[in-house]
Write a protein that binds this ligand. Sequence first.
Ligand code: BG6
Length: 487
Amino acid sequence: MTQFKAKFPADFYWGGATAANQIEGAFDEDGKGLSAADFVEYIPKEQRTKDNSMEITAEQIRKTLSGESTARHPKREGNDFYHRYQEDIALLAEMGFTAFRISIHWSRIFPNGYDETPNEAGLQFYDNVFDELAKHNIEPVVTLSHYETPYGLTEKYNGWVGREVIDHFVRYAETVFTRYKDKVKYWISFNEINVITISPYTGGGILSDQEDNPMQAKYQGLHHQFVASALATKKLHEIIPEGEMGCMLAKMTHYPHTPNPEDVLKAQQDNQNNLFFTDVHVRGEYPDYLNCFFKEHEIEIVKETGDEEIIKQYPVDYISISYYMSLLSSASPEGEQTEGNLTKSLKNPYLEASDWGWQIDPVGLRVSLNEMYDRYQKPIFIVENGLGAYDKVEEDGSIHDDYRIEYLRKHIEQMREAIGDGVELMGYLAWGPIDLVSMSTSEMSKRYGFVYVDKDDEGNGTLQRSRKDSFAWYKKVIESNGEDLSS
Ligand code: BG6
């Protein structure tokens, strides 16, 4: 019997993904307002405690605004893409990218979030970026909201808790759809929409310490995001008929810790808790298991007349995911824990972990893709995957990141297997193709890129770009449409 080897489709997108707050810098240039990310502080590793989270308090905000705080805010600096986008896009083009994901910094367009008119300088910046991408035949994939809620909306409504934010978001979406209608086809409404329930500040600009019932507040904020996403999808189809809206989920696949049925049940529940976001986006309604969860936790989502119809009428066109690792579920979680993406897990003895403890599981990607395609039968776009690792610059300037090549190769192999299983896959965008500021730790030393950026955790460095070994490798992968994965 001959071994069947699937091929990547001819129109498969290869490229990379970023977020404005992790690359742009220029946080107060050309009329940009403050955003949630601009308040995230860098905490040196030796000072970090187990309790450090992505949450921010009202007191921290006050201290930052009054100048009392001396903390650094690396997401205000990024990797300086704002001033170097031409050089950076040329590097991506050299690797042969056919797609590049960025987010629009909402507060560059509407500085406070609730302004009536947009900031022309902000709009012009993204025009320049899209024109540069077009010059190199790179398709933009654009996220409307990637942990960048304008601070004005936090101040006025405590972020997405406020129903009013829906209208402000839809105005913003309409503005950029109209402006970029001839330049951008693929859109994503909210990056990792599930993160609002893990870190309400990150996902929704919500200060939990300002809420009597934080649990209620974050699910209310999430409901507003679902409605806003559906309304943005409606607008997109009116303004750009061939435009496609995707949802985006941080895919967290849970395996039972043991064959104990209690663990299996726990894994099933954890998987439901992860998939319910795509259930709503794709199927257009809250699943029964979630309504039961709300009852159990005495959460009462305030819905206005028409909300349910809107969510039902305007589902997404495609699903996008980030995938970094898998997790273990146990009914009695004793044992050694390890870190994951904004989460923790028991250690899986079959898996190795990254320098930051995230458990590396390429086969888990195939499992995840099959699970999602079975459930929804919608095209899937992998818009984030990669290895955050320490890189060493050799004396001659070279960087031998064979560990990154290994990680990516194994995931791409499993992606191809998933295509062989029948999954409809649109493309693969590696996270952080040019080193950027880490979302969870604000470090520069947690590097994902094919291109090294000379900047350290304290903000020192020339910002000079240099090619790592993985640069040439990924170029070859793209050139061969995923046929040649050898180093
Ligand atoms: C994803 C986010 O969850 O993970 C990105 O969408 C983030 O913004 C990426 O950068 C990797 O996480 P980290 O914490 O290593 O930067």
